[in-house]
Design a protein around this ligand. Structure first.
Ligand code: ZN
Ligand code: ZN
Length: 412
């Protein structure tokens, strides 16, 4: 018997309702801000991710699902932003519209050691606004992330924000960190000793306890921000204040990917334990030009759907609700007539079902009751001859006969 690959998950019908509810709320929320859906392929050239996420990042070094195709090297997408910026440039969205607001929903793939809260196929709901460097956009998109959580009735989250500054500021920050951390090199974890050489910012969010202690002693502050980046950040924070969005400024928040600059943010949720980020995002002002497009700013975020589900109270969608009408047809003639009756009900938008296992009247009634049907229709050959059908109201316990031709009206 075949089994799922470790790190993947079947979403069974009883869970799928929760997924649909989250996706529906996300679409409605994003639409309020005029975002439109984009769907890009699940596979891309591997080089797209190497170049944009950064060669020294864990994703590129250890976590990409690679597909060798003769000369070419493809990868299952580990995240959404790079693909969407690739698509923005390739489809000339920059020339046609200049500024676009896009959202996406779909699976991402990372070859991680499977553990609680970390899957190899996981799902993102995310947004990208490409073509503007305006600080008001940063405010709006963080406000939108908050609104989505509120609309999903998810409470107990906290929003952390930071500014990495422009590339020059980031460079300055890296150098000053390197200088302070060099002295502590022997006390850093193995990964961080490597990071010291090729991605020193990542040391700031290392989860190792020793590394944390060392980092906590360093004053990261915002001393490396240039006046323009400082002003941008001030506008973002005062904008969030004016929207009443609660947040904390977290100078050690870096987000691991190379393409981020200026604003970065992370939303954590207490119920998720050590893997507590429910969503995150940031600005990537150089990414479009780096991929051969114009000098256009951009900002985005993504929520992990599995994590939203863990944190959300869960509501049902139409699909997972019981069929309110259940037909029990007894005898061959009644069964044949029943097919047409069900079809007419569905034409009127009435959700209904019947028995396909040839069960007795008693067993069918029990099944209808267990399935939560409000009305059970009973059709036998006798009733059929008179053009009648019995309607049993399961909540009232009453039963009456009615003309088949009037059934739709009665049930409405
Ligand atoms: Zn700057
Ligand atoms: Zn470390």
């Amino acid at each position: 018997m075949f089994k799922r690959i470790p790190g993947t998950k079947d979403i069974l019908p009883e869970e799928a309702g929760g997924w649909q509810a989250i996706e529906k709320t996300a679409r409605e929320t994003f639409s309020l801000y005029n975002y439109k859906e984009i769907r890009t392929p699940l596979i891309e050239e591997a080089a797209l991710f190497n170049r944009t996420l950064g060669n020294s990042t864990e994703i590129v070094q250890k976590q990409m699902f690679l597909i060798h195709n003769q000369e070419d090297l493809y990868a299952l997408r580990p995240e959404g932003t790079a693909s969407i910026v690739r698509s923005y440039i390739e489809n000339n969205l920059d020339k046609e519209e200049g500024f676009v607001k896009l959202y996406y929903i779909g699976p991402m793939f990372r070859m991680e050691r499977p553990q609680k809260g970390r899957l190899r196929q996981f799902h993102h709901i995310g947004c990208e606004a490409i073509g503007s460097q305006d600080a008001a956009l940063d405010t709006e998109i963080i406000g939108m992330a908050k609104r989505l959580l509120d609309n999903l009735s998810i409470g107990g989250y906290s929003i952390k924000i930071n500014s990495l500054g422009c590339s020059r500021d980031k460079e300055k920050l890296s150098l000053s960190l390197k200088e302070s951390l060099e002295k502590e090199k022997d006390n850093l974890c193995q990964d961080c000793r490597l990071r010291l050489e090729n991605n020193v910012l990542r040391i700031l969010d290392c989860k190792n306890e020793n590394c944390r202690k060392i980092v906590d002693k360093i004053d990261t502050g915002h001393s490396t921000l240039c006046p323009e980046c400082r002003e941008h950040f001030d506008k973002v924070t005062s904008g969030l204040d004016s929207l009443g969005v609660h947040f904390t400024v977290e100078p050690r928040l870096v987000r691991g990917l190379d393409y981020y600059n200026r604003t970065v943010f992370e939303i954590t949720h207490a119920s998720l334990g050590s893997q507590d980020a429910i969503g995150a995002g940031g600005r990537y002002n150089n990414l479009v030009s780096q991929l051969g497009g114009p000098d256009a700013g951009g900002i985005g975020f993504a929520f992990g759907v599995e994590r939203l589900i863990l944190a959300s109270p869960g509501e049902k969608t139409e699909e997972t609700k019981a069929a309110p009408v259940y037909l029990v047809a007894l005898g061959d003639k009644a069964k044949t007539a029943g097919i047409k009756i069900l079809d007419r009900l569905r034409s009127s938008g009435i959700k209904c079902d019947t028995d396909y296992l040839g069960k007795s009247l008693k067993a069918s009634m029990r099944r209808a009751n267990d399935a939560g049907a409000r009305y059970v229709l009973i059709l036998g050959d006798n009733e059929l001859e008179n053009g009648n059908i019995s309607v049993k109201d399961m909540t009232q316990g009453t039963q009456k006969e009615t003309k088949i031709e009037n059934l739709n009206e009665e049930l409405k």
